[in-house]
Ligand binder design. Structure first.
Ligand code: FAD
Length: 299
């Protein structure tokens, strides 16, 4: 039986794994990939990110350590987690079973896709799912944000601080009547296209425009980048029967990353902690490993 199994090898899971190995715990990382969403880089025409320190650089140090310590990882998807006497059993997609005294769930969250022509073709080439991560690059540029919930409004608000123009394509009323929504719509550089739906993304090497439609009326918006901000779906399904989730499906954790179930911890975007960012996930992963270590000392 392992001391600790970590599910997910993004910033949170990699950091947790490195900390747990350093504490000499019998540790196993089960993950579909190493690096998680830090493997995604938005390319924009005429933007040189050479001098920007990215979270990806920090994470790549942890990734190369785990890459080297291949006995501590299994490249597989976790399919189920169940409670057993003294711990948990984990089954993977390839049919392997592992037992452990404690678990850290760090499986991240996935963005809801639009499902229109062009979306896949331009993914991370002028089109992406995290406006807040790239808003600071938009001085004197034009962007479109698609969505009508908190994520979209927050992204559009950040972009509107510095961008020349922001189109907010809001399929429904969503959160537009919130304080942030109302404040945003008063900004002279924001155009709201309420009731419009995206039909297609067009471009060359990069996404350059989107076709939006409301009834019979169709418009082409020419922009420097498109941010799809419909929803973030936490990958919490495999422990949903074991732990408490919040209204968005995120695993509820306390300040020590503990869930309501002893020995089961969560970290990063899959958890209820505020803000989906690399360095926050790194810190949360470290904290979860230390909490799991303390838990193991006490059982
Ligand atoms: C397009 C985009 C750009 C971004 N840019 C930035 C940025 O510039 N700066 C910034 O700070 N943040 C950025 N973010 C946010 C940042 O990437 C995330 O907050 C961060 O990666 C979260 O780390 P995590 O470890 O919680 O999850 P993730 O990075 O999502 O990693 C989850 C891991 O779990 C694995 N996994 C999932 N399900 C299973 C399963 N069932 N079994 C096994 N493994 C599983 C995945 O393969 C992956 O390895 C961006 C996000 C997106 C979507």
């Amino acid at each position: 039986m392992y001391d600790l199994i970590i599910l997910g090898g993004g910033p949170a899971g990699l950091t947790a794994t490195v900390y747990a190995i350093r504490k000499r715990l019998e540790t196993l990382l089960i993950t579909k990939d190493l690096g998680g969403k830090t493997n995604w880089h938005l390319e924009l025409p005429d933007v040189d990110l050479h001098h920007v320190i990215t979270g990806e650089e920090v994470v790549s140090r942890f990734r190369s350590q785990i890459d080297y310590l291949d006995f501590a990882r299994v490249m597989d998807g976790a399919e189920s987690v169940n409670a057993i006497e003294g711990g948990y059993t984990i089954k993977t997609k390839s049919g392997r079973t592992f037992e452990t005294k404690a678990v850290i769930v760090a499986t991240g969250a996935r963005a809801r896709r639009l499902g229109v022509p062009g979306e896949r073709d331009f993914l991370m080439r002028g089109l992406c799912y995290s406006a807040v991560s790239y808003a600071p690059l938009f001085i004197d540029r034009q962007a479109a944000v698609v969505g009508d919930g908190d994520l979209a409004l927050r992204g559009a608000a950040e972009l509107a601080q510095i961008a020349r123009h922001v189109y907010l394509v809001a399929p429904e009323k969503g959160q537009l009547e919130s304080r942030l929504g109302q404040k945003l719509l008063q900004q002279p550089n924001v155009t709201l296209l309420q009731g419009y739906r995206v039909q297609e993304i067009k471009g060359d090497r990069y996404a350059r425009s989107l076709i939006v439609q409301d009834g019979n009326e169709s418009r082409e918006l020419v922009v420097d980048a498109i941010f799809i901000e419909l929803d973030l779906i936490p990958n919490s399904e495999i422990v949903a029967h074991l732990v408490e989730l919040d209204s968005k499906g995120r695993i509820i954790v306390d300040s020590r990353n503990a869930t309501n179930r002893p020995g089961l911890f969560a970290a990063g975007d899959v958890s209820s902690v505020h803000a989906e960012q690399v360095l926050i996930a790194v810190g949360e992963g470290a904290k979860a490993a230390l909490s799991a270590y303390e838990y193991l000392l006490n059982i």
